[in-house]
Write a protein that binds this ligand. Structure first.
Ligand code: SAH
Ligand code: SF4
Ligand code: F3S
Length: 473
């Protein structure tokens, strides 16, 4: 069965999550905005910056779009289906606008640049279009749109990182938070639209990152995930200290805030994750033993067409190196099936590499051609859809088996779990994660523990997605 266990098929992106007005509801606001986010964590993180900018400008949050003055969709372009979902939502919002003509509808994020004309002029679906580097201009654009003008800003920037904006934590559990450390991407993977939608890579001021993490810790947060499309190429010249801050050094600075603050990061490109990073992880117990290392394909020929710049052998050696430095490290990956010219043999190479790496979890997709990318220009999208989907199905089934096998190996072991909140199924159980990023569910009974506490939990049973255990005092 597809996607029944821990492995997720991400041909469905995270689907339009609206947030609950928490902090944002406290001030007096003139107007209400509603925001729905799609795609990767970077986009969800950007919505928190947008919320902060709007709060400063008199807009308070609402979780109900029918009462909003401003309805925003923070969009994703990564696969065709992601774009289709957004279009469907826009048509629903249009309907609401019929009875509330003053309401403004805006598109933010990765679809902005590609579809601005279509959305604004051809289809008249939206009132404003704002790209990922232009959120500071949002209040002005809203005013323009209010006066009936077409409000667009999709300019990409070489230096915008929103470093000074303190994000309004939307939909937060109060324990774990995402902190953006860089924007854009300079890797030209041939299938990928991100370098076009988000522009050139740039790193955020290290001092502002560390300050944001300290602030989160002081407010009771116990885990931060440092975010970027390619975190290992983080680079910041700290002029005052006369020091270059690499990703390894940044990790160390954040780890040193407090041993009780867990540090995670995402995403690492296999070509860029250095020994220095692995050795830093080894030195600090609070840097989590978990690496998301997207492989995309197990065939060297396909990897070359994808412009990933590593071979199958090189990737295997990277996995070996990770596990020799960090023997208990959890590993996950991204896989694309049915990329241009992929043969059955290439597909088998992917399957065998998955078995070699024994991933704990994978995000798996079938190839979706994106206009303007290198692959769209150079190669024919020649693997029939049913073949792409059959291969995806095989990859998913293999991953489900691997996840279950790996979870079974954890039965009998004890893990330190950071409690994130109630289990989804029952308020009598806690839910949290191990350093390896595995979800662990266990009964609250007889314990005075709270959300945000660390507890040792002994694993007694598992599914492919979850470990089930009991607190051992
Ligand atoms: N920066 C990250 C990936 C961001 S996109 C990295 O380099 O790993 C997340 C994932 O979406 C990619 O890893 C890839 O597996 C998938 N993806 C990207 N473009 C795609 C496309 N055109 N079709 C199908 N999947 C795609
Ligand atoms: Fe896309 Fe490759 Fe950049 Fe990831 S590293 S965002 S897959 S171009
Ligand atoms: Fe989608 Fe843009 Fe992220 S295309 S995956 S929201 S960077």
């Amino acid at each position: 069965m597809l996607g029944s266990l821990s492995s997720k098929i991400h041909d469905e992106e995270r689907q339009g999550e609206a947030y609950q007005p928490g902090v944002a509801g406290k001030k007096e606001f003139r107007k209400k905005f509603y925001i729905e986010s799609y795609g990767c964590q970077m986009n969800f993180s950007d919505s928190e910056i947008v919320a902060s900018i709007l709060n400063e400008n008199g807009f308070g949050a609402t979780a109900n779009y029918t009462e909003a003055d401003l309805v925003l969709l923070n969009t994703c372009s990564i696969r065709e289906k992601a774009e289709q979902t957004v279009r469907n939502r826009l048509h629903i919002f249009r309907q609401v606008k019929v009875s509330r003509p003053g309401m403004l509808i805006g598109v933010l994020g990765c679809m902005a640049e590609r579809l601005k004309e279509k959305f604004l002029e051809e289809e008249k679906l939206v009132d404003l279009v704002v790209g990922p580097d232009a959120y500071r201009t949002l209040p002005g654009l809203v005013e323009e749109a209010e006066s009936g003008q077409k409000a667009v800003n999709v300019l990409l920037s070489r230096d915008e990182t929103y470093a000074d904006i303190s994000p309004v934590r939307l939909d937060s559990n109060g324990v774990t938070a995402f902190v953006s450390i860089m924007r854009g991407c300079n890797n030209m993977c041939s299938f990928c639209v991100v370098p076009f939608t988000r522009g050139r890579e740039r790193s955020r001021d290290a001092g502002s990152i560390v300050r944001e993490c300290i602030d989160l810790f002081e407010r009771g947060y116990r885990e931060v995930t440092l975010l970027g499309q390619n975190v290992d190429s983080y680079y910041w010249m700290d002029e005052t200290a006369g020091q270059v801050v690499t990703f390894a050094l940044l990790l160390e600075k954040v780890a040193l805030i407090d041993p009780l603050l867990r540090v995670r990061f995402s995403t690492s490109h296999p070509k860029d994750i250095t020994d220095e990073v692995l050795l830093t992880m080894q030195r600090y117990e609070n840097i989590c033993r978990y690496i998301h290392l997207p492989v995309q394909s197990g065939s060297t020929r396909i990897l070359q067409l994808m412009n990933r710049t590593y071979t199958r052998e090189w990737y295997r050696a990277k996995v070996d190196r990770i596990l020799s430095v960090l023997p208990d490290c959890g590993l996950s990956t991204d896989i694309i099936t049915g990329f241009c010219t992929e043969t059955e043999e290439d597909h088998q190479d992917t399957m065998s590499l998955m078995q070699y790496a024994r991933y704990d979890m994978s995000y798996m997709f079938f190839y979706s051609e994106r206009p303007g990318t290198l692959a769209a220009r150079r190669y024919a999208d020649d693997v029939p859809e049913e073949v792409k989907k059959r291969r995806l199905d095989e990859v998913v089934r293999l991953q489900n088996r691997l996840s279950l096998e790996k979870n079974k190996e954890d039965v009998g072991k004890t893990f330190v779990v950071l409690i994130e909140g109630d289990s989804k199924k029952s308020a009598a159980d806690w839910r949290g994660r191990s350093t390896q990023n595995k979800v662990i569910v266990f009964p609250k009974t007889g314990s005075t523990r709270q959300k945000g506490d660390y507890v040792p939990v002994k694993i007694e049973d598992c599914t492919g997605a979850t470990l089930l255990g009991r607190i051992v005092e």
